[in-house]
Design a protein around this ligand. Sequence first.
Ligand code: SF4
Length: 581
Amino acid sequence: MRNPASRGGYVSRDLSCGMRTSPDSANWLPTTRAEMNARGWDELDVLLVTGDAYVDHPSFGVPLLGRVLEARGYRVGIVAQPRWDTPDDIARMGRPRLFCGVSAGCLDSMLAHYTAFRKKRRDDAYTPGGKDGARPNRACIVYTNLVRQAFPGLPVVLGGIEASLRRATHYDFWSDSVRRGLLFDAKADLLLYGMGERSIVEVAERLRDGRDLIGIRGSAWIAGPDTAGDRLPSHEEIQADPRQLLAATLALEAQVQRADGVLLQAHGNRLLAIAPPADPLATEELDAVYELPFTRLPHPGYREPIPAFDMVRWSITAVRGCGGGCSFCSLALHQGRRLRSRSAESILREVQRLKACPGWNGSISDVGGPTANLWGAHCAADPARCRRTSCLHPRRCPHLKTAQREYLSLLRRLAREAGVKHVRVASGIRFDLALEEPDFVAGLTRDFVGGQLKLAPEHSVPRVLDLMRKTDFGLFERFLALFQQANRANGREQYVIPYVMSAFPGCTMDDMKRLRDWFHQRGWNPQQVQCFIPTPGTVATAMFHAGCDPAGNPIHVARSDREREDQHAALMGRRSGRGRN
Ligand code: SF4
C-alpha cells in the first residue's frame, strides 16, 4: 500500500490527514477540532471512522448514520480515510463521550483493492481523484487498532459491508483461507450488520444510559458460554470440512429472512453470538432518514472530484432490499429480502432538494435501489415464516405483490416536475417481473431508458442459472423481444446491455462457450462480463469453497486464476464493442 502520508486529493493543511476546515463546512458533520469549535462543541458523543471520503449524501452509509444520530441529538464527528501509521488523525477531535463507530466504507477493503484475478487495482472510486492507497487492507482491523491506541477503553463498534459480511467464519478469497468472525481479529466490542439505523441508535442510547450492549438486534458480540441460541458449525468444523461453510451461510441467510433466534458459533473455547436482524425501517421512517439535512456534497475540504459521488449525485434511493436472493449477492446477508419503499411524496420532495443543488442540470439519473421495479412491492404472507431462499427463483412466489404500474406513475410524476428534463432508471430491473406487465415495459422503454438498458441475465445455461438462483433465460429473450417491439413502435434506437458472469461455481468452459455462442448468434460482442469474485459471506462463495451446491452435490469450480481467466477470455476473446440488439 502507498505510504499514508503521501496521499493526494485533499487541500493540504495543518491537520495531519490534510482535511482543512473551510468556512463552508458548517453544514457538514465536524471533521476537525475547528469545525467542532464552530458549532460550540468541546466534545463529541460519537466518532465515526470510515474508509471512504466524506460525502454528505444518503448513498454513503457512514454519513447517513451520522445524520441519523445527529437527528437524535448526538454530537457526531467523522474521520474519513485516516492515515494508518499513526492514531493522530483519529485522535484529532478528542475522545468521544460514548463510542467510536468504525467502517471500511461502502466496499469491503479487499474488494476495493484487488481485481477478480487478485491484481492490485489502481483506482478507488470512493477517494478524491479516484486514487488508490487511501485506506488499508482489512480496514476494520486496522482502524480498530488505531482507535484502541487513540482512546484506550472506549467502546468500539464495527459496521458497514466489510463487517456485515465477515461477521461469522468466512472464506477470504484474497488469502485463500477461512477466517474467523471479524470480532476475533478486530478487537471491537460489538459488530453491527445490515442497515444500521436502528442498531446504532440503540447502541448510543444504551451507552448513554450506562447499559451493556448485549443482544441488540442486528448485532454480533463475543458471548458468555451460557448464551442460548442455535449453533452454527464451529470455526474449527468449517476449517476441517468446507461443506460446513455452506451450512453456516444458509443458516445466516435464513436468520436474516426470518428475523428470529440468536445464532452461536464457537471459535475454539469462545463463542460468537449473532442476534436476529434489526427490523427494516417502515416507509415513514425511511422517508425521514432520506430527508435529513444532507448537503448532498463532498466535504468542502476536498479539492478533487470523487467518482462514486459523481455516480450517485443525481440519483434517488426509492427502495431497499431485494426479493431476488441471488446466491452471489451480498445483499442477502445485509439488507435481505425484506422490501421497504419510500413514499412517492418523499421522493418528490427529494426532487425539490436536488433542484436546489449546485450544478443541477435537470436530469435525475436514477430512481431505484437494488431492484428498481420492486419499488412498492411487498410480501402478502408472513416473511418471518418463509422457508424460500428467493421470492423469484425457481419461480415467482404468489405472495410477492408488485406495484410496477405505480412505479411508472411515480416516474411520470417526477418527469412532470418543473425543471426536470429527464428521469432515468439506472438501477437494475427484474425483467421477469417486468414481462408480466407489457404496459410497464412499453412505458419504461419509451420514457425512462436513456439509450441503454442494463439487465443482468448473468448466464444462459440453466444449470448455472439455477446455482445463481437466477431466472430462466427464456424470460430474458422474451423481454428482449418486447423491448425491441416497444422501440420499433416509438421509433427509438436503444440497446439492452446484458450483464453476464464467468467462472461462477458450477460453470465449465463448455458453459462459457454456450454463452459466447448466444452472443455470437446475434452478432453481439459482450460488453459487461464480470468474473465471479468470491466475496465474503455469500452462498456462492461458500459453494466456491466447498465445491458443492447447497444440496451437497459436487460441482465443478474454476478455482485457479488461470482457469478463471480462461473462462473470462472465452467470452471476451473477441474485440469488445457495443452489443447491438
Ligand atoms: S412468502 Fe414469498 S413473497 Fe414472501 S418472502 Fe417468502 S418468497 Fe418472498
